[in-house]
Write a protein that binds this ligand. Structure first.
Ligand code: ADP
Length: 633
């Protein structure tokens, strides 16, 4: 039994396909976009918090190292002012004799050695060096005019002179601290201490620290990386450059700008700087980013800047971003897998439910159908009963009809019968009257001959009535006949006639079961074969063909002979009762009429054919009992 497909409640395909198509089209790009987005957020957060953390650490480092720089510088702050207390210095300035100069030179040499400064020297108010600690050196400052130096100009005005510059004599960089020497409230000269600060650079290098100190002009004067030294961190105008060149503060150095590719201010004094990869500072291929933290150094117009490289942090942030993206992809994959599994389970459950529902419905339907079938079975049984009853009635009616037909046929023949019987009766009357007279006259021979004729006439009348009685007999129209057996019986009945002729018999028919009484079929065959034998009496090589074939639900038997055939006039009356061409007592003329009636009574028929080759063929067509073919005889 087929299940109703609607019971499965499956969504129509057109509707089911679309969301799946949309999912397959948009889900992968969406997941990739989310992966990229979340990866970027992961990267950004990691970098942001990393920078914050680095910034906190850097702030501590900045403070530490800035203080170290401040303390290094402040060590020498009071050194030039000490010379105010030295009487030999004021004497020299008041009276610059060679003796005084030498005294001060020696004094300054000793002081310089003890203080580990680079040089200490004294200038008069015109800026000429009167005495110096390096008086012995060939590049001694002695006698030089350094009035152009800014520290002198400040100090001679009574302001502290702080100056980082490159020595005009020997090109050596140094930090210059100048102090105006006062006597009685009047400046009589300037004392200068030159300090080398390279020790700090070495200290930074040892600590693997990237740091620099930029002066008031934005020029890097101290740097852990030597290549940054004397580079400008601020844009320099032409005017400033000219002024700096004139002051020879940085000697003849070109003062290139150290401008970053990108500068992002994160907070006060904290910046993110990116330097180009091809910078002369670094030979790496990548651009280099730094976290730059600056703070001013007290007592100076300088700034201390700490640079913390961000490559490691950036790499770490990229890793974190990738990790987040991969984790998301994994979670997305697990979610999709879980969702697919959930759907499969849901589909299975739905299918199972649908199947259960279908089963239930099927069972309900089967129950309903069984009830219906039982009812229709009962109805059918009733109908069969009615049909049987009707068939019985019909058969009875048919029998009645057949019987009526036979009687009608006899009725139709009654005039002929009466005529056929009246003729011998009249002859009998005449013959019997004559016979009585011949007996009275003693003519016994004639009387005997008449009596013989009377006998023959009575026989003939008996045969007529016997044939009609047999035909009219009720109930013989039913039953079955075996064709082979009937043919054998007929030939046997005609035995002596068959034997007396050189007949060639051709049998070519099946031994089928036919719907006709056996005796009736034998009677028909006796009539047909008998007629054939009569027609072939003059034939020297008589031949009889019994040929059969199935046509639909009937069997057609041809009884053909090579006799004299039937002329045109005879053909018109063949099936008329009492029509015969046979001479004397040989023919009654009832054979074909009764045979045709018997065949018709069983639903068959009898016909005649006149083959072109000669002779006659009677065709007997009778209904088959079983339409399946039987073995040929
Ligand atoms: P009957 O044999 O008593 O004459 P039928 O009704 O059997 O009566 O035949 C009627 C007539 O049909 C026959 O007299 C004969 O002339 C003709 N007839 C029947 N069968 C044949 C046949 N095989 N060949 C030639 N004529 C036939």
């Amino acid at each position: 039994m087929k299940c109703d497909p609607n019971l499965y409640r499956a969504a129509p395909q057109s509707l089911a396909v679309k969301p799946r198509l949309i999912r397959h089209l948009f889900l992968p790009p969406l997941i990739i976009a989310l992966m990229i987005g979340l990866g970027y957020i992961g990267f950004w957060l990691s970098e942001h918090y990393g920078i914050r953390h680095l910034g906190e650490n850097g702030q501590r480092q900045l403070e530490l190292h800035a203080r170290a720089v401040e303390s290094e510088i402040s060590k020498y702050t009071y050194l030039p002012s000490l010379l105010e207390l030295e009487s030999s210095v004021s004497q020299l300035l008041a009276d610059p004799t060679p003796e005084h100069r030498q005294t001060v030179n020696d004094y300054l040499e000793g002081l310089n050695r003890r203080s580990r400064s680079r040089a200490i020297y004294v200038m008069d108010t015109t800026g000429r060096v009167m005495a110096t600690s390096n008086w012995r050196d060939f590049d001694s400052y002695l006698g030089e005019d350094l009035s152009f130096r800014a520290y002198f100009q400040n100090a001679v005005r009574g302001q502290p002179g702080r100056f980082y510059g490159i020595g005009s004599t020997n090109g050596e960089p140094g930090y210059y601290l100048a102090h105006g020497l006062e006597e009685h409230g009047k400046i009589i000269g300037v004392a200068v201490v030159k300090v080398r600060l390279e020790a700090m650079e070495e200290r930074w290098q040892r600590a693997r620290l990237e740091a620099f100190v930029s002066d008031e002009n934005g020029i890097i004067i101290l740097s852990s990386d030597p290549s940054r030294r004397l580079k400008s961190v601020l844009p320099l105008s032409d005017e400033t450059k000219e002024k700096l060149a004139r002051s020879l503060q940085y000697y003849w150095f070109p003062l290139n700008e150290l401008q970053p590719l990108a500068r992002e201010t994160l907070s006060e004094g904290v910046e993110k700087l990116t330097f180009p990869a091809n910078s002369e500072l670094k030979s790496d291929d990548e651009n280099i980013s730094y976290l730059s933290q600056s703070r001013p150094l007290s007592d100076t117009p300088w700034n201390f800047t700490l640079l913390t490289p961000l490559q490691d942090l950036r790499r770490e942030a990229i890793n974190q971003g990738i990790l987040v993206a991969v984790a998301f992809a994994l979670v997305a994959f697990l979610l999709i897998a879980w969702n697919e599994r959930r759907k499969v389970i849901a589909t299975r459950l739905a299918a199972r439910e649908a199947l259960q529902e279908a089963n239930n419905q099927l069972e309900r339907r089967i129950t309903e159908r069984t009830v219906d079938l039982r009812a229709s079975n009962e109805r059918l049984k009733g109908q069969i009963r009615e049909r049987r009853h009707a068939e019985e009635t019909l058969r009875r009616a048919q029998d009645e009809l057949v019987q009526a037909g036979k009687l009608a046929a006899i009725g139709q023949m009654s005039t002929s019968i009466a005529h056929e019987l009246n003729q011998p009766l009249a002859a009998l009357r005449t013959l019997s009257g004559n016979t009585v007279r011949f007996l009275e006259r003693g003519q016994l021979d004639v009387a005997s001959t008449n009596l013989k004729t009377i006998n023959e006439l009575i026989d003939r009348m008996g045969r007529i009535t016997a044939s009609l009685r047999s035909f009219a007999r009720r109930g013989d129209d039913k039953g079955q006949a075996c064709l082979g057996k009937a043919a054998d019986a007929a030939l046997q009945l005609l035995g002596s006639r068959v034997e007396n002729t050189p007949l060639r018999l051709h049998r070519d028919f099946e031994d089928v079961q036919l719907q006709i009484d056996q005796t009736r079929l034998e009677q028909i065959l006796v009539n047909l074969i008998g007629n054939a034998l009569d027609a072939m009496q003059a034939q020297p090589l008589p031949q009889l063909w019994l040929e059969g074939e199935r046509v639909d639900d009937k069997y057609r038997l041809r009884v053909r002979d090579n006799g004299h055939g039937i002329d045109a006039e005879t053909r018109k009356h063949l099936f008329e009762p009492f029509f015969t061409t046979k001479p004397g007592e040989q023919g009654l003329g009832l054979g074909l009429t009764l045979s045709a009636s018997l065949a018709a009574a069983t639903g068959g028929q009898l016909g005649v054919e006149h083959p072109a080759s000669g002779g006659t063929a009677f065709v007997l067509s009778l209904p088959l009992v079983s339409p399946t073919p039987a073995e040929p005889i």
